[in-house]
Ligand binder design. Structure first.
Ligand SMILES: O=C(O)c1cc(=O)[nH]c(=O)n1[C@@H]1O[C@H](COP(=O)(O)O)[C@@H](O)[C@H]1O
Length: 295
């Protein structure tokens, strides 16, 4: 399968963004939300929560992001619930990002890539979040696997939580410069995407299969992250931190600058707290606000 030229995950993402705008509905069945929704804190509860969220998102948002942790706490029954939620989203034509934040040495990470990104696998998603603490190089084989299968990955680079600043602003020596850890991760992912495009086949509209996670609460300038120049191929950005964590979705262009066209605006609690009866309206309202802000 080709990628980066509009046929792989980058192409799928581009179509979803064109059709629905950048809103990604997080599926985070916290206990307080299960209670508010009148659901049990159980595998059956998270299953129902996930399926109802997919139903509300269908035709309103192009992307959902189930937070694997909230399903995993119920063991195999929780995973069975997650499989159903992922399948329902796929059947509804919604892009799925499994928020599993996996990281390990390359051979073990390959197992995770197989679990989440193999077409037909029980936990098949369109993309998975990964943690580069063991080095972006440890992700290389998995990134190739993703791209070969028309799938995507989002590599944590500048995360939304305040505790991350110390490690992510640490300086890394590169041949020509010294850059922050966040910047180094973004550069490495961008280099991977560029390398997947055949030499001489540069295509102005290409979108990479591998993206980065950049939290909307981060001060990018202070963290050495450059959002002033577009990447080629375009770099998909998963941007949590909107809504409950304080960033305003309507400020997406101001915050993400040249990266805005492929920035995914992810919100979980701020939408989900509308409850099962109000969720569809909440998604419609946020999607419309975003479309208006991006005109
Ligand atoms: O990878 C993520 O999605 C992620 C990265 C990050 O830097 N910060 C962050 O909050 N997240 C996830 O995004 C979601 C945010 O949820 P809300 O704060 O309720 O919108 C949670 O599932 C987090 O695990």
């Amino acid at each position: 399968m080709s990628d980066g030229l509009g046929f792989g995950f980058g192409g799928v993402l581009r179509s979803a963004l064109e059709a629905f705008g950048p809103l990604c509905v997080g599926i985070d069945p916290h206990d307080f939300l299960l209670q508010e929704w009148g659901l049990a804190s159980s595998a059956a509860g998270v299953r129902e929560f996930g399926l109802r969220t997919v139903e509300a998102a269908a035709g309103r948002a192009g992307i959902v992001k189930p937070q694997v942790a909230f399903f995993e706490r119920f063991g195999s029954a929780g995973y069975a619930a997650l499989e159903e939620v992922l399948a329902a989203a796929r059947a509804a034509g919604i892009i799925t990002i499994a928020d599993a934040k996996r990281g390990d040495i390359d051979t073990s990470l390959a197992g995770y890539a197989e679990a989440w990104l193999t077409p037909g696998a029980p936990l098949e998603a369109d993309a998975v979040t990964v943690n580069p603490f063991q080095g972006v190089g440890s992700l290389a084989a998995a990134m190739e696997y993703a791209a070969d299968n028309g799938k995507g990955m989002f590599v944590l680079a500048a995360t939304s939580n305040p505790e991350a600043t110390e490690i992510q602003t640490a300086q890394v020596k590169r041949p020509d410069s010294t850059v922050s850890v966040s910047r180094a991760i973004i550069d490495d992912v961008s280099a991977f995407n560029a390398g997947r495009i055949d030499a001489g086949a540069a295509y102005a509209g290409a979108v990479g299969s591998i993206g980065v996670v950049l939290g909307a609460t981060v001060d990018f300038a202070a963290q050495g992250v450059d959002v002033t120049a577009p990447k080629s191929p375009a770099l998909p950005v998963l941007a949590p931190g909107f809504g409950h964590q304080g960033a305003q979705a309507t400020r997406v262009r101001e915050l993400f600058g040249a990266l805005t066209p492929f920035t995914i605006v992810a919100e979980s609690r701020s939408l989900l707290q509308a409850g099962p009866a109000g969720l569809a309206v909440a998604i419609d309202e946020r999607a419309a606000e975003l479309r208006a802000a991006l005109v």
